[in-house]
Design a protein around this ligand. Structure first.
Ligand code: NAP
Length: 324
């Protein structure tokens, strides 16, 4: 890593919140340092898995998620942002300046820290789930990213919230049939989203069903033979009857986990791990540490709200530095 040493502002995370915080602190001449992350984290965050973003103002015809994140970064670089493609492994806030240690052991210090580490899609935890997902072999957590690969297939969506309804609805553009598997009778989804899904003739509901086992078969892809999902074994919560739902793909839409493990024991979090900020600000309980984006927002979780809170964190950091 280059650029060790002392900095005024370090930003961890490179989604809409991180880059917006960088843009604002950069324009305030604070020469921000962004740790944009390295594997297994994805620089750019969740939008890197999104095909079309249609609800970010200023792009009337939509824009591809990765292209949008490229533009965010370009704009932040224009104002002097320094970027490291590394993960931060440790934050020591017991002394000032704060000491941050990277995964490769380098230490960097800063007067103000902006956390913009985002959130990650949750998985069910079934055997083979992760393996098939990373191999792109029938398991996905993002319909907008992968839906188009499943033209004419029968698909499964797991979950009972708005995400599941939205994913199921979206997938009917490509699939011949979508089976929505939910573990309860009642849905967490909003009435309007549920009604829309129910009105869609391609969407079928399997309620009170617990995902139990992923069924696979060997499939030849080019010169390789690999395991592919061909169905999901589910177990009824009341009758305990097992059943296999055949499908060419399975989309997991059961919510997100904030990427805040690094701050356990350091900062206040809610029961799901979202960072708690004070009032209408990005201030955490430690003066000089600010949080923005999906790492502290369990409610809105939109690119535009993340960007807005990144701006708030930058302004809060700027005022903190001016006062110290
Ligand atoms: P969510 O509301 O927390 O729903 C998660 C769903 O997944 C629940 O139905 C839950 O079942 C189920 N689930 C969780 N863990 C599971 C497991 N291990 N196995 C099987 N099922 C499991 O999450 P979300 O749908 O992602 O929504 C999160 C927030 O974003 C909500 O506030 C939502 O309104 C919002 N959102 C809004 C929109 C929109 O308005 N366009 C779109 C997407 C999301 P239980 O119900 O049994 O717990």
């Amino acid at each position: 890593m280059t650029g060790h040493g002392q900095h005024q502002v370090v930003i961890i995370g490179s989604g809409p919140a991180g880059w917006t915080a960088a843009l604002y602190t950069g324009r305030a001449n604070l020469k921000p340092v962004v740790f944009e992350g390295a594997a297994p984290n994805v620089p750019g965050g969740q939008l890197m898995w999104t095909s079309e973003v249609e609800n970010f103002p200023g792009f009337p015809h939509g824009i591809k998620g990765p292209e949008m994140m490229g533009k965010f970064k370009e704009q932040a670089l224009r104002f002097g942002t320094i970027v490291h493609q590394e993960n931060i492994a440790k934050v020591d806030a017991s002394k000032r300046p704060f000491h941050l240690t990277t995964e490769s052991g380098d230490v960097i210090t800063c007067d103000a820290l902006i956390i913009a580490t985002g959130a990650t899609a949750k998985l069910i935890g079934l055997a083979k789930e992760m393996e098939l997902m990373s191999a792109g072999a029938g398991v996905s957590a993002c319909a907008t990213c992968d839906g188009a690969f499943y033209k004419g297939e029968e698909l499964i969506v797991i979950g009972g919230g708005d995400s599941a309804m939205e994913e199921a609805q979206f997938l009917t553009r490509f699939a011949s049939k979508v089976t929505l598997v939910h573990r309860r009778e009642e849905f967490r989804a909003s009435r309007i989203m549920l009604d829309r899904a129910r009105a869609n003739p391609k969407i079928f509901f399997e309620t009170n069903q617990i995902p139990h086992e992923i069924m696979t078969e060997k499939k030849t892809v080019g010169v390789f033979e690999k395991d592919w999902l061909v169905g999901l074994k589910v177990k009824h919560t009341k009758t305990h009857k097992e059943e296999i739902i055949s499908a060419g793909g399975m989309f997991v839409a059961i919510g997100h986990t904030p990427n805040t493990k690094l701050f356990e024991g350091l900062l206040d979090m809610d029961d799901k791990g979202y960072l708690i900020t004070r009032g209408q600000s990005s201030k955490t309980k430690i003066p000089g540490i600010f949080a923005c984006g999906d790492a502290q927002d369990s409610i809105y979780r939109q690119a535009i709200t993340a960007a807005g809170s990144g701006c708030m964190a930058a302004i809060d950091a700027e005022r903190f530095l001016a006062g110290h």
